[in-house]
Design a protein around this ligand. Structure first.
Ligand code: AVJ
Ligand code: FE
Length: 436
């Protein structure tokens, strides 16, 4: 029934947009003005750039494209075009001041609410325009994660707090799970808010492999460090070896040795590195070197998705490891509910049919794979979302982190970054091919 569909869609669009804006507001109001306009790292934009960029993308897609409205402030489009200005240059642009950026984003949002209310869409039915609303809610949440990374890089006292995840008994289950070989369905053609790079669904043959039951922990990673892993060229890709030598990298980002123990700075607070938590802030080269040291390798993207979505009982791919239900707090650590990953072995209710845990949430997981289009890929709605990033320069990350909102997280969701990047909330798990 069209009226019911339209009403359900309107509710979901409203809820996800409001949730995203609450988070944006938190991230841009917990520090004073100078911290909004400062550049905390050359890798990141000033927070106030993200804020106005969120509003500007919303204006371009929902007000101009979907509703057919005139531009409110066409003169600022180029300042907030991510392709015109690399992040390092953004502080020198004539950015809107925090007060102006806030009122611009709020003005856009008010008009979007009117559009949703009246369903005044430009030549499209409500449900057909739905994707644009989902895309914009995901876009805002992705920039919220980016802003949380900026907060982690910012020096100075704590500005954000959240309760820690519940403690769990040390995980004593099997260290790895066997995923039997055979085809499975990768990607999706039916998930309404899936982005272009997740489409279309297609069959993939995947040989038998074993995959870690949980992400690699700090304790396991420390064993690699203590064994001289960072000083042994055998474990490293040549480009990675050159990179860690050049930049004197000896441990994950934000770690510091203190006698026999490791400390790390986390959102303005220094703590002892918790042994049973998934390792965080490692680059692809570090993940790859650890895996080789451990006599293993990173899973391919197809292996990761098969472990996360294939239900061997029905030869069917589910939306999430636990089935088709939307993520709930008992399934996964998502949405910045906590400001850290949960201990390895958490969320038994979120495990896959074969018993793999924490595939969704906690830490983004590096895979062995380059970011490439699926067979039948079509860029939508713009080439700059995914297509311009395809190729060997970017590695795929899967599963989302504690900083990812459920609206931007699915078993099919693909993230990508350069193999040297580690300011992102990245960890990994390892795999090995099964003997044939
Ligand atoms: C998918 C996280 C790599 O942040 O560059 C934000 C998402 N695209 N605005 C990014 C995105 C446009 C993108 N990543
Ligand atoms: Fe963006």
């Amino acid at each position: 029934d069209d009226a019911v569909d339209a009403e359900a869609f309107r509710d979901r669009a409203l809820t996800t947009l409001v949730t995203a804006r609450e988070r944006t507001t938190l991230l841009t109001s917990c520090v004073e003005e100078p911290d909004l306009t400062a550049q905390h790292s050359p890798l990141m934009s000033p927070l106030v750039w993200d804020l106005a960029h969120i509003g500007n993308q919303e204006e371009q897609w929902l007000l101009r494209t979907v509703a057919g409205q005139e531009a409110i402030r066409p003169e600022i489009d180029s300042i907030y075009d991510a392709f015109e200005h690399p992040r390092s240059e953004r502080p020198s642009l004539p950015l809107l001041a925090p007060r102006e950026a806030r009122s611009y984003a709020a003005d856009v949002r008010g008009r979007v609410m009117d559009v949703l209310e009246r369903a005044a869409f430009h030549g499209t039915r409500l449900t057909e325009a739905g994707f644009a609303f989902g895309m914009i809610a995901q876009h805002e949440q992705q920039h919220d994660e980016t802003m949380l990374i900026t907060h982690q890089l910012r020096k100075g006292p704590q500005a954000l707090t959240a309760p820690d995840p519940d403690p769990v008994p040390l995980f004593t289950g099997p260290a790895e799970v066997l995923v039997p070989g055979g085809p499975f369905t990768m990607g999706t053609s039916t998930e309404p808010w899936a982005l272009d790079n997740e489409r279309p669904a297609h069959r993939r043959e995947v040989a038998s492999f074993h995959i870690d039951t949980t992400p690699v922990t700090n304790a396991a990673y420390q064993a690699f460090i203590e064994d001289g892993g960072y000083d042994d060229e055998r474990w490293w890709e040549p480009a990675g070896w050159a990179h860690i030598r050049q930049h004197a990298i000896h441990a994950p980002l934000f770690w510091r040795r203190d006698g026999k123990q490791w400390l790390r700075r986390r959102f303005g607070v220094t703590e002892v590195v918790p042994p049973d938590e998934p390792v965080l802030h490692v680059c692809w080269y570090e993940a790859d070197a650890y895996a080789r040291w451990a006599g293993r390798r990173l899973p391919t993207e197809a292996e990761w998705e098969k472990a996360a979505r294939h239900d061997p009982a029905g030869d069917r791919s589910t939306r999430y490891p636990w089935g088709d239900a939307d993520p709930a707090p008992e399934h996964a650590n998502l949405g910045q509910r906590h400001l850290r990953p949960a201990p390895a072995g958490s969320y038994p209710e979120g495990e896959s049919p074969l018993g793999v845990r924490q595939l969704i949430g906690d830490v983004w997981e590096w895979t062995a794979s380059d970011f490439l289009p699926y067979p039948g890929f079509k860029a939508f709605p713009y080439k700059e979302y995914s297509e311009v990033f395809f190729g060997p320069d970017h590695k795929v990350l899967r599963g989302g982190s504690f900083a990812v909102d459920a609206v931007a997280c699915r078993g099919t969701f693909r993230n990508w970054d350069y193999p040297i990047r580690r300011q992102i909330f990245s960890g990994f798990r390892t795999a090995r091919s099964a003997a044939v």
